[in-house]
Design a protein around this ligand. Structure first.
Ligand code: AHM
Ligand code: MG
Length: 356
């Protein structure tokens, strides 16, 4: 029987490798784990208690806030904000930064408390995403500038996925590790050590309903993925839940590409750089994958504002590279292999008709 390792022990053991570690960092990851447990308790009772449906509020992104968005947000703030470990926090659900009562801490927390919440009323998978930085300011409460750091400065990132089981996946820059929640003992136990994503997959995830709003490069890329070519494993399968954590997690394990591109309707894309793209990019790179906006590495982008949106190309390295080539107009659609035999048959039929 393999050894049972709780997430707390795993974090402690990873931190022990750094002689200068004070234990504070381990403690703040433990706080995030605690928040995840609180959100889980709420999510699994959805439908039994009055937490489903709209809160009747449009959030700072102009999107409808669900009751569960609100309560997950409150859980994060309550569980984490009172321990003096964070100088400042920012949530996808709050317009401005959140200054904890004791803001003397050294760290910054950015989070999306409940991603994919448009799926929640239908019992589909949702998740929470978090990202941790060191503060830049040297005294007083943390500032917006502390939150506007490049993704490459993250010291930890992770997500919790509320699916058929609950999993927490995190990285501190030493690989990606996944823990499955055991409700009988109330602990996250190591189940996926050192996750590596395949270099190439067979899945593409994007909202093809917006096809008419896509630019030509992405339209051609979709056609490329749908062509038949045994050597490159095409056609690919389309899988899109519309819940980023769930789509990302599946592709991380199976291989593939998730794209939320810029569109004619949303020229900046939809997803948020600070709460969604950066943490998942950190995890993806640590698992051997790639994350860009179609041109630039996500983690090299300097954020300008808290709720900045960004196009996102993320997943298996080779798949993301090919998608980028289409996006940048560097690659054209190969001649459609299925079309040629069809056209030849058409010509033969026409010739026969003429001869008659
Ligand atoms: P949310 O944070 O408000 O839930 O929005 C983000 C979600 C992602 O989980 C998902 O990838 C995307 O929005 C789906 O958007 P769309 O419905 O436009 O395809
Ligand atoms: Mg989100």
């Amino acid at each position: 029987m393999s050894e049972l390792i709780t997430i707390e022990r795993h974090i402690l053991e990873q931190q022990r490798r750094f002689p200068s570690a004070t234990g504070e960092f381990s403690q703040l990851l433990a706080d995030v784990t605690f928040a995840a447990k609180l959100v889980r308790a709420e999510v699994i009772r959805a439908g039994l208690v009055d937490v489903l449906g709209s809160a009747g509020i449009i959030n700072t992104q102009g999107e409808e806030q669900k009751k569960l968005d609100q309560s997950a947000n409150e859980k994060f703030i309550k569980a984490i904000g009172h321990h003096g470990r964070f100088a400042v926090m920012a949530s996808e659900e709050n317009e401005d930064i959140i200054t904890p009562p004791d803001s003397s801490g050294k760290y910054v927390l950015l989070f999306d408390p409940l991603d994919g919440s448009s799926n929640i009323d239908a019992n589909a998978t949702v998740g929470s995403i978090f990202s941790i930085y060191r503060r830049k300011s040297t005294s007083g409460a943390g500032t917006v500038q502390d939150c506007l750091q490049k993704g490459s400065e993250q010291v930890a990132a992770g997500y919790v996925i509320f699916g058929s089981s609950v999993m927490l996946v995190y990285t501190t820059g030493q690989g990606v590790h996944g823990f499955t929640y055991d409700p009988t003992i109330g602990e996250f136990l190591l189940s996926h050590e050192n996750i590596q994503t395949p270099k190439r997959g067979k899945i593409y995830s994007m909202n093809e309903g917006y096809y008419r709003y896509f630019f030509d490069g992405i339209k051609k890329y979709i056609k490329y993925l749908q062509q038949e070519d045994k050597a490159s494993g095409r056609p690919y399968s389309a899988r899109y839940i519309g819940s980023l954590v769930a789509d990302f997690h599946r592709n991380l394990l199976y291989g593939g590409v998730f794209i939320y591109p810029r569109t004619k309707k949303a020229p900046e894309g939809k997803l948020r750089l600070l709460y969604e793209a950066n943490p998942l990019a950190f995890i993806c790179e640590q698992a051997g994958g790639r994350a860009t906006d179609g041109y630039t590495r996500i983690m090299d982008i300097v954020p300008e504002k808290l709720h900045q949106r960004i196009p996102l190309f993320i997943g298996s390295e080779e798949d993301v590279r090919i998608a980028e080539e289409f996006e940048q107009g560097l690659r054209e659609l190969e001649h459609d292999r299925e079309l040629i035999p069809n056209m030849l048959a058409e010509v033969a039929r026409a010739e026969k008709t003429l001869v008659k």
